[in-house]
Write a protein that binds this ligand. Sequence first.
Ligand SMILES: [Mn+2]
Length: 408
Amino acid sequence: MPRIIHAADIHLDSPLQGLGRLCDASLATELRAATRRAYDNLLQLCVDEKADLLVIAGDIYDGDWRSYETGEYFVRGLRRLRDNGVEVALLYGNHDAESSITKRLTMPDGVRVLSTSEPESVEFPDLGVVVHGQGYAVRDVLENLAQHYPHRRDGFVNVGVLHTGVQGIAGHARYAPCTIEDLTACEYEYFALGHIHERGELAGGYTPVWFSGNLQGRHPRETGPKGALVVDIEPDGPAHVRFAECDVARWETLEPGLAACANVEDVIEAMAAEYQTALGRAGDRPLVVRFRLHGQTPAAAALVADPDRLLAEARSLVRSGSAIDKVVLDVSPPVSSPTLDSELAAQVTKAAHALAEDPDTVRQILGDLRRFGLWRLTRDTEIDLDADETLVSLVQRAGRRLNANLGA
Ligand SMILES: [Mn+2]
């Protein structure tokens, strides 16, 4: 059974974004090399998994090379794969369209670069596989390439390759738009797509269509594990698809639940818990975290009053090799319909305020209680119930505690 590895959107030597905010120069340097390291991991994956064929569905490069080094790095890697007996088929996407890349290097023997003028079908007879695909001659390919793809070749494992935004995926329909039906109608055993950086299965069953997503996250909006798909296929399918991580650094957006947080301390505790979980998921990879605090929370006013503290608290969580990108704050106080509880809470607040204005009354009330020695809170803490400010703060605290217990 042929084993195929599907990768896309390598964006080799892509300048990663937002590194200036990280306050950690060595981490920033490490992240700059991330796309190359992730590509190394892809090559190693092919060898470790004893893959028969590597298929790359476009956007190998991030645009025109700044120097030949980018191309050299890519070609050298493919040569290593060919030396290990792995076949390679690839096509160019909008970022590496023939018109955009002004420099070229000769590909190693046996690496098949699919035509950009029409859908090409390349047979790998030893594997019983045929790959169908068309690359981008120019960056803006706005016509539907998929509708010209040939129907399946019986007796082969048919693998389609296309760089496309597919119609109906928000914000992405521009490049080589097509429908999912255009793709499944070819009845290939597997369709390997590139361009959308988030991994996803568009169709399953006997005509599976997948985006592998990109190989390495490049900025705070490309979050979570990134890598390639390992696909085992027999003629007539169904394919067995599994994800393999290739990324060497990870971006995560963490959104702790704040509904139950009564104050800033609770929020910081919730952030710390989310951060710990994310660290565990990232393994020993550098981790860049963006916190997004949103929704309704009783702590809203306190959070908004001091956003700098949140960023500082987040940064103080950081372990070596990880960093905080930023803290996005979009919270509001809970909106509750008038209920008995909220009526009662309002009365408690009112009473607390009134008492706080009137320390003598408080002292009167406490007069009786003082007989029980309540001024001695704990063995080590004595409070001066004769001081007005102590009485005021006690009354206010009691009011808040009471309201917290009412859930207001
Ligand atoms: Mn693309």
